[in-house]
Ligand binder design. Sequence first.
Ligand code: UDP
Length: 473
Amino acid sequence: MALTKASLESVDVGSAPIDRYRELMGPEGWGPFELSMREFADQMRGRTLWNVNSTSRGGGVAELLAALIPYDRGAGIDERWLVIQGSPEFFAITKKIHMLLHGVAPDGSEITAAELRQYEQVMARNATGLLEQIKPDDVVLLHDPQTAGLVAPLSSRGVAVIWRSHVGVDQPNEMVRNAWKFLTPYMNGASAFVFSRRAYVWDGPDGSRIHIIAPCIDPFTTKNRDLAPDEVARILVAGGALRGTDGEPTFLRQDGSKGRVMHRATTSGAPPADARLVVQVSRWDRLKDPIGVAEAFARHIAPKTDAWLVLAGPAVDSVDDDPEQPQVLSDLQAMRDRLRPEVRDRLVVAQLPMHDIEENAAIVNALQRRADVVVQKSLAEGFGLTVAEAMWKARPVVAGRVGGIEDQVEDQKSGILIDDPKDLEAFGSAVVGLLQDREKAGALGREARLRVIREFLAPRHLMQQARLVTSVT
Ligand code: UDP
């Protein structure tokens, strides 16, 4: 018998004091931020702010929620996070919608009537589960297409719903527009729509309900907090991502306690302790183009430098909302196997352990800090948190001029943008240029960090979201 109600998973992210930002923001920034959070807490007294998405770990949305929710909670707002439950078939459909929204039809087809029914059934079960918990005065933030079908059942009960898209393309094609058409009927009842960039706004919703909020990072998370070079080396050696002498691989957890790297990445080998590294950290997704990065390395970077390439992503057996990742990873490994041994041995595909999300974050942090050049050769990118993370760490970035990456990196000033990310030669030569010119690499990295401090930290986002939520209550 089919289940009629899904029990959504509740993710506990604790709370964090906004005071952490006082010093970084200086008096001019801190005053308005603190006031805005106080007013928001007053406004939300007795109400809960719910976030609903499709996964508690892996990917930018989970990263953003885990970073931001604790600050609202620390400021006195009852904010919570729930994850919808769905079958593998449901996540295959939502992955297809995700690809279509990026203008790519993975199996050549659009959404079928049977898929539509399946999507609606899963949404209905989740809506029933949600409605048991939500009070009429609450506000619900729904994230991404996976949750679009929840708008109507919640808003028809009088709950204020904000639907947020974290994805988008700069120039929609026919497929993208059809995917919008598929989703818009579900969303009429939303009080507001949020997009990461103006260029991503759909034809559907009326202008007054549209808001633009660019994502951000939090420098105080395990992913982004400062690490000394010897801590970086110890974490990477223990995590199996670098060769070297063993040492105590500790890191600081979000709650202030000490963590220790206990699990190793699944890799094809690890670079030596003194290797120069080019690093891309991403889910195993075609739009991140790991195979393109590997090809550019083999053809245009490896022959001219002694650098190693590390392509790092989550252990695929840990990913439950994206059925495509194992295939992309195995295509990448097959491509690697075909390379000449002298190139192949310098190309490391690392599946990072996901047993403990903070251990994973510490390894990503260390890898990004250890990188001589961070690359993000995405073919499409909603925002690209990995770019902001690398910039915060003062790394020189080479990235595709796509989506939100273009908002972050000012070409030749705070990183390098490749106009056509499919141009492997241009990409390769930008990376080689930075490996050869350490001064330029250093200058781009320093400027990148300043840019993140000015534009892409959590307080800006928290204030924008507070204004938005207040406006719909
Ligand atoms: N990430 C991670 N571990 C991994 C791979 C990725 O923590 O093994 C994180 C990465 O550091 C970033 C997020 O996942 O914070 C990816 O966000 P981004 O916006 O770059 O891409 P998305 O996955 O949302 O398309």
